[in-house]
Design a protein around this ligand. Structure first.
Ligand SMILES: Cc1ncc(COP(=O)(O)O)c(C=O)c1O
Length: 399
């Protein structure tokens, strides 16, 4: 079979290659401590589960409208108002199979050959590939660790050209946890106001996973003049531990939202009735448990952070949000292990951790910044302690 040229525009994701290696070692009976989880480990809220039970009992499991059920769009409308002070009409909201599909729809519906999409890095691995798949050019602006992995207004200004179509903002960020404050977003907004050709695609999936009292803000809320140029994406996946329900949503200008929905109509059509009912249950249900879960994750973040930060050769900052620590391993590069293994790249380092010490993390290369790695703190506390100790031991064994 001769495959379509678009299939060569992206490579298999390095994180998937790493996961395959983990599975291989596990199949051989090796015990692996996995610091790679990309989803919270809490149960889905009761309000979501009950909504699914009710739906199934009533047998309301038919096709759904492509842009989402009325109940779902109303729940999203109320959520945007309640949490973000954003007023979207029901025709300014659409629903997809996770925020991933919503982001994909937005890029596929708008980006064409010659268009540039500005992606602050380190970035979620899917953004550049989605842009390439749509035929556009990702323009990655990698933020420095000493800037808390946030791009500054002058860096954004320098990246903008007449071809720039979107700026993607993921805050809190996967993989760094960097969380833009209101003022920081405002600084970026001032630049964007000078460049009317640039639209903003926000990926707010980690909205509720914010630590140490940091506050969540999103661009359309911070700068109302950008409301008509911003698509605000979110989902119930990370917020409510509902990744498998596959339900994401976006609010934005009516014209773009309609095109996103058209895009989806010829692929998956409407999101499963079950996923949407669960999401409505979660969005309309009690929200108090969210802060308890965040405090629990914050404790786990602190355990792993202390271990990594006390390891010679590694350097990391305390993430403000999300579920990951993004750690530089620059001090390890160039060293060797006793089995003659040379650590030349972060991929070498993560393979060494996995194969010699049984700890899985993801190499920074996957996120556009090397040498570094991403360690998830969604793991049982005992695994965080043991995993952190093993990483320490692994680094100390290099010379
Ligand atoms: C930054 C970011 N955006 C979007 C997603 C996709 O989430 P979902 O499609 O489950 O909403 C993920 C999942 O890992 C993510 O890390």
């Amino acid at each position: 079979m001769k495959f379509a040229p678009r299939m060569s525009r992206f490579k298999p994701s390095p994180s998937q290659i790493a996961s395959a290696r983990v599975r291989e070692l596990q199949a051989r009976g090796q015990k692996i401590i996995k610091l790679t989880a990309g989803e919270p480990d809490f149960p889905a809220p009761d309000s979501a589960k009950q909504a699914v039970v009710d739906l199934i009992k009533q047998n309301k499991i038919q096709y759904t409208p492509v842009n989402g059920t009325l109940a779902m769009r109303q729940a999203v409308q109320a959520k945007f108002k309640r949490d973000n002070d954003l007023n979207y009409g029901l025709d300014q909201i659409t629903v997809g199979a996770g925020s991933k599909q919503v982001l994909f729809n937005a890029l596929m519906a708008t980006v064409t050959s010659g268009d540039e999409v500005i992606i602050p890095g380190p970035y979620w691995t899917s953004y550049p590939d989605m842009v390439r798949l749509a035929g556009g050019t990702p323009v990655c602006v990698v933020a420095a660790q000493n800037e808390n992995f946030k791009i500054r207004p002058e860096e954004l200004e320098a990246a903008i050209t007449t071809k720039s179509k979107w700026l993607i903002i993921c805050s809190p960020s996967n993989p760094t946890g960097a969380t833009y404050t209101w003022n920081e977003l405002h600084g970026l907004a001032e630049v964007l106001l000078r460049h009317p050709q640039v639209h903003v695609l926000t990926d707010d999936v980690y909205e509720y996973l914010i630590f140490d009292g940091h506050k969540f803000s999103t661009m359309a809320q911070v700068e109302p003049k950008l409301f008509e140029r911003t698509v605000t994406c979110n989902s119930v996946s990370k917020a409510y531990s509902m990744t498998g329900f596959r339900c994401g949503y976006a609010g934005g200008p009516k014209e773009i939202i309609a095109k996103m929905s058209n895009m989806q109509s010829q692929s998956t059509a409407g999101v499963s009735a079950i996923g949407q009912a669960a999401a409505v249950g979660a969005l309309n249900g009690p929200q108090e448990f969210l802060s308890i879960r965040t405090a629990n994750l914050q404790r786990r973040r602190d355990i792993l952070y202390e271990k990594l930060n006390a390891t010679p050769g590694l350097s990391c900052d305390l993430p403000e949000g999300a579920m990951y620590i993004f750690c530089s391993c620059a001090g390890i590069i160039g060293k060797s292990a006793s089995d003659d293994r040379k650590i030349k790249t972060d991929t070498d380092f993560t393979m060494y951790l996995l194969e010699n010490f049984g700890v899985a993390v993801v190499q920074g290369e996957a996120y556009g910044l090397s040498p570094s790695f991403r360690a998830s703190f969604v793991a049982p506390e005992k695994d965080l302690v043991r995993g952190g100790d093993l990483i320490h031991e692994a680094c100390a064994a290099l010379f």
